[in-house]
Design a protein around this ligand. Structure first.
Ligand code: GLY
Ligand code: MN
Ligand code: MN
Length: 431
């Protein structure tokens, strides 16, 4: 199971010559007093190691080709309180490192390894505390200059290399993303089955979390949005405490994190199980836009193709509904569509819900490649305003799926959560 991590380390090592790469995992975050947030390792660190204990540091040695882990020692007394630790020997065996040492040996060993290398890679400027540690190690090398040791002359941003690698998922990652998608979809199905007017939004949040945790996905990938009625027009609504009224739509944007990998699904459905006429009119436009966006995700397609395809459908819909005057091209040209659709079409997804990777490379738009995973999530959010037909006031619809680029097109691996009007209404009738 840990071969994919070793294989990723090898691919990274192949890019750093005789240099050294240093990467620390994420710090523990205090929530309040002596309580901590559930610990989440750094995503790059997880990608390269699978090792989830805090405080660890990975060193990749380009000269020996070795992966070296520094981690907490075993500590029988602390383990009584806080649970099992691998310790250096256990971690080395379990996670396939070539060498491993206790944290207490870093101050001695790291400067040795940094001496007389051409280049040092680390996530430059990402974490001040780690930057300071790297500086101290470099100072220690400089302190040995009379013995002839020299610090690296060149520094590189390790994140740039890792961002690039993580844009294209390997098979192990795709399997975990599919599972995160399945569990997330099951949560949405459960929310649709349970929703009734009169409930509170947080009661549906509880249904989602119940399904996630019950499948071993202990955390959501981001704060769940459960928005009834006009709350759906607040894009990052997370209060989740309003009463759900008869006749309202529910917009739920929620996904689990499964073994580090994010799901990110949005569904919008009627609280009472039946779309009203105006709700359906808006919904069908967003659904058609989403389908147009998904159809545009394929190998070789330019990055903005899904966005362009979805926007055309949305803009035509805004004109058809009487939300905007003029033509579809006109409202795109003028930017008037932004009154009702003010976010992007989606984002890469992986270990981070908004995953790493730049949409341009060397100044050129990227093109989709097999193994990339992206969300496609158009929406329409109709706040009351002069000239906006009242029938649509307070309707907010977003539909979001997670899409894997395959060799000949794409795979929507979150499709188990229904999204056609007929499919949603049938599920909510208990069929
Ligand atoms: N749930 C965050 C997003 O859809 O991007
Ligand atoms: Mn989302
Ligand atoms: Mn998203």
């Amino acid at each position: 199971m840990h071969q994919p991590h070793a294989e990723r380390r090898k691919r990274l090592l192949a890019q750093i010559g005789d240099g050294v790469a240093l990467l620390s995992t994420a710090p523990v975050a205090v929530r309040n007093a002596d309580n901590h947030y559930p610990y989440r390792a750094d995503s790059h660190f997880l990608y390269l190691t699978g090792f989830e204990e805090p405080e660890a540091v990975l060193l990749l040695d380009g000269r020996s080709g070795h992966s070296v882990l520094f981690c907490r020692d075993r500590n029988p007394e602390m383990e009584i309180w806080d649970g099992f630790r691998y310790g250096p020997d256990g971690a080395k065996e379990m996670f396939g490192f070539d060498e491993s040492y206790p944290l207490s040996e870093m101050a001695e060993r790291v400067p040795d390894l940094l001496a007389d290398r051409s280049q040092l890679w680390w996530p430059l400027g990402h974490d001040e505390a780690f930057d300071r540690r790297v500086n101290r190690w470099l100072d220690a090398v400089r302190g040995r200059s009379r013995a002839g040791a020299r610090p690296p002359a060149h520094y590189g941003d390790l994140r740039a290399l890792l961002d690039e690698m993580r844009m294209v998922k390997d098979e192990a990652e795709i399997a975990l993303l599919r599972r995160a998608g399945e569990i997330s979809a099951a949560g949405h199905v459960q929310a649709m089955r349970t929703a009734r007017p009169g409930m509170r939004e947080y009661q549906l949040e509880a249904e989602l979390l119940h399904v996630f945790v019950g499948h071993g996905a202990r955390q959501p990938a981001y704060e769940s949005i459960v928005a009834a009625g006009a709350n759906a027009c607040t894009l990052h609504y997370v209060a989740n405490n309003a009463r759900i009224n008869d006749g309202e739509l529910l917009l739920i944007d929620a996904g689990c994190e499964y073994r580090g990998y994010a799901g990110d699904i949005t569904r919008t459905f009627p609280a009472n199980g039946r779309f009203s006429g105006p709700q359906r009119d808006v919904y069908e436009i967003v659904l058609a836009a989403q389908q147009a966006g998904i159809d545009a995700v394929k190998p070789g397609a330019v990055w903005h193709a899904p966005s362009d395809a979805a926007l055309e459908v949305l803009a035509q819909g805004m004109v058809d509904l009487g939300l905007l005057a003029g033509s579809a091209d006109g409202v795109i040209e003028s930017g008037a569509y932004r009154q009702f659709y003010m976010h992007g079409i989606g984002h890469l997804i992986g270990l981070d819900v908004h995953d790493v990777g730049q949409r341009k490379h060397d100044g050129q738009w990227r093109r989709y490649q097999p193994g990339m995973c992206t969300t496609i999530e158009p929406g329409l959010y109709i706040r009351p305003a002069p000239g906006v037909p009242e029938a649509f006031h307070g309707i907010g619809v977003r539909i979001e799926d997670n899409v894997l680029v395959t060799a000949d097109g794409n795979e929507v691996y979150t499709a188990a959560a229904p999204k056609t009007v007929a499919g949603i209404e049938a599920l909510m009738r208990g069929e």
